[in-house]
Design a protein around this ligand. Sequence first.
Ligand code: COA
Ligand code: ADP
Length: 718
Amino acid sequence: MAQFSVSGSVGLITLQNAPVNALSAWVRQGIVDMMERALREPEVKSVVICGQKGTFCGGADIKEFGTNMTGPPLIPMIHAIEAAAKPVVAAIEGVALGGGLELALGCHYRIAHSKAKLGLPEVTLGLLPAAGGSQRLPRLIGVPAALDLITTGRHVTAAEALLLGIVDQVTDHNTVDAAVKFASSVAGQSLDARRISTFPCPRPADVDALLEGAMWKVRRIARGAIAPVACVQAVRAAATLPYAQGMEREKELMATLFTSGQARALQYCFFAQRAVGRWSMPSGDRWDTSEPRPVHKAAVIGLGTMGSGISVALVQAGLSVVAVETHEKQLMEAKQAITGMLERGAKRRGVKPAFDKIRYSHNIQPLADVDLVIEAVFEDMALKEKVFQQLSAVCKPGTYLCTNTSGLDIDHLAAQTRNPELVVGMHFFAPAHVMELLEVVYGPRSSPQAVATAMQLGKKMGKVSVAVGNCRGFVGNRMLKPYLEQASFLLEEGATPELVDGVLEEFGFAMGVFRMSDLSGLDVGWRVRQADGLVVPHATAGRQARVRRGCRYSPLGDLLCEQGRFGQKTGRGWYRYDKPGSHLAKPDPWLHSFLEEYRARHGLVVRRIDHQEVLERCLYALINEGFRILEDGIAAGPEDIDVIYVSGYSWPRHRGGPMFYASIVGLTKVLERLEHYHRAHPDVPNLQPCSLLRKLVASGSPPVNKWREVMKTLHSQL
Ligand code: COA
Ligand code: ADP
């Protein structure tokens, strides 16, 4: 709702809808009623609109989308504010986002607190600012700046908002007091020059080229998302049409977006990301009820790429860090790399680099007083065991011991320590100071408090943290394995890396599977398979070349590694590169003849493989593994898997994550197609539908938000 009070001659309307004062139906009704009252009461000469508890407004109520909306619509409400005969001032504290900023743009003046954030993030929810935002913002700040804000949805600081002309004043003091004072000073003044909808849109001479350039750019980076394109079209309308017609265009474009599957997927992602923070362990202990312990001082062991990135992320989160590296040369290189990353990060954020927060050491002796350690040495169990034994002896009682393994057994490491309940996995993604995903891995003995502490630390580091159970590859890499394998089988059957990658990139992945392998290095997986005893040198493999442990196995990646083709770093992999380290992947005739020879040697008949088969086999194998993960209780729900894939594996956000996608495609169809491919290729692993998928189909294919409930019921029936 909205509360009304009077201070001198100023009417104060306060939005009240915790936690972010979203513009729910009753809040809109409150604003309409209170505005009418403010305009009616003769002693009120001007009006201030503010939000309770230091937050102006987080925008439209996203929970209302897709429901039967009641209450007054936003557009006429904002028009009525703009048309008011008494000056209306927005007092912006906390955030003014989406509809919140559109409301402020309908006011005649805007005063912001210096710590406030403003923006039009609708595009990130598959929408555009359709309460006049796409028409008013370009009129206020010009086409280029409006395009930037509306197509990216980025939040700007109050200082930038002042520079751009979005706000009229910034204050370090009480914003509402400043707005009330300001409002009384402008009472009675003409408002003719303050109604943004009446402004002509500033049109640079090259406006057409500018808009075309913006369209080209969003299409290039949108990976099939339609909202950024509609945003450019809406700004074009602001730049080329009178306001009323522009509003019509805004409405049309919004209608298309609003009912699109993409908006649904993006809004699902918004809530899924928040839901994963309210994680519960299989025992039922909720992490948010088990208090995380504060971490002020942390240590990182091993300063390779991962350890260096983690150290930077910890320092940037305000922690004191002891960074340990045993090899002198590596320590020197890491120091240099970390210093550079801290410098660049500080420059971007407009602060001083916190060099004094990090201390380097050759050994773990200075770790006696740290609250938490993140181990990031080589991915070698014997070495990690030794490090954990040493840490357990050196660190003070209660220090959390975390490992940045990408797949090793957390429980086994916990067993090396005196207090296994203090051990959890923190699986970062490279580069660790940039990538937003963190898998927090709990073993059977990890305490809820240890998990809570790691989750809280992840949040402090700006990561999207997802708690997952302990199994080979955890969630993300475990699902990646069948996806990679299916792609390799497709090559055996007649596809090329270009075909497979093209299909996956058209679907929306930033990179297809083979370009991604070339980037991360084929040798990484090769070494893991070698350690598992899966790699058989081809010369000696004989009839066993394509079978391992009774299952079909595709050794193509191993064969490339045998030839020293590790991907970008060696200039050759699934593609060729002009020189080692170069990023531009080019089709490689060598690879094509290698595939032909391989197929001929093994008597494989080449088929024409179409786009549908590539997409379905790669994605459904990955999704099938997702169902197994749910069945095993490794992820708490489909949202956890989806957040992992969208945040860490470049799954296109506008498709909502693999499990959401499966529910949209239809579980029956996913099941049927898997059965079809399994029948066609009975010896190819991972195409046999898992039992949870069958059970969900038998339960009537419930929508994704009902799976947890259905799974509980299925579980209790066992
Ligand atoms: N509508 C409905 N609920 C909203 C909301 C909105 N516009 N914005 C936030 N919420 C809810 C969240 O779902 C969360 O609910 P939960 O506690 O039940 O999980 C709660 O408010 C707090 O949000 P959270 O994101 O966890 O808090 P934060 O302090 O980290 O961030 C914001 C606050 C406002 C920056 C962030 O919530 C946000 O970006 N909101 C969306 C803004 C937006 O896109 N508005 C345009 C809508 S078209
Ligand atoms: P990444 O995968 O992070 O690129 P590596 O696995 O190559 O990196 O790096 C691991 C780092 O850990 C190496 O720099 C290695 O010197 C270091 N290291 C190995 N053992 C120890 C140890 N016991 N203590 C500290 N550092 C170690």
